[in-house]
Design a protein around this ligand. Sequence first.
Ligand SMILES: [Zn+2]
Length: 197
Amino acid sequence: MSATPQKQIPPRSGAAFKLKAGQELTVIDPLGGQVADLLAISAADIREMLSSGRTLDYAERIYLTTGNKLYSNRSNVMLEITEDTVGRHDFLLTPCSEATFRLCYDNEPPHQGCHGNLFHALKPYGIEEDAIPVAFNCFMNVPVDGATGTFKVLPPLSKAGDHITFRAHMDLIIGLTACSAPASNGGTFKPIDYVVR
Ligand SMILES: [Zn+2]
């Protein structure tokens, strides 16, 4: 399959683009240890979006990898994970936001975070800020204690060049970030690469 040129999202920023049904999106961690928040919205109706709750319900697991499907709020398959070199991603936590920095990081200057970056990238497609749901957090490492339900945000397990590939099951608008939260990447903000085939 022919591929578009590989693109780079600079540290602490975001991008939005179209992905047609049947196309594949590969999200690459070029330096290792960096999280990318991924959002998918139906190109036919922007009220249909990725749903963490429905996806985890149908998968019966919280760690998703190759073979798992990501569902919309209308229970349609939006994306399927077709390749995954890491095996640890998060679909529990919301995109980091200005409030995340206020509430979770005492010494960190506020930043609009992935939430703000997704909103600004998706605004031209008519997406409203309050509509942004939980994103699929590529490479985000959130181990959960099965007995108590407590969790920690730890540095990603991804090494330089690790990647995850998704196949689109419908025409989509994609939002993608290079995460802005220090806890998600061990305190060093790095870029995220992606390619569409
Ligand atoms: Zn983030």
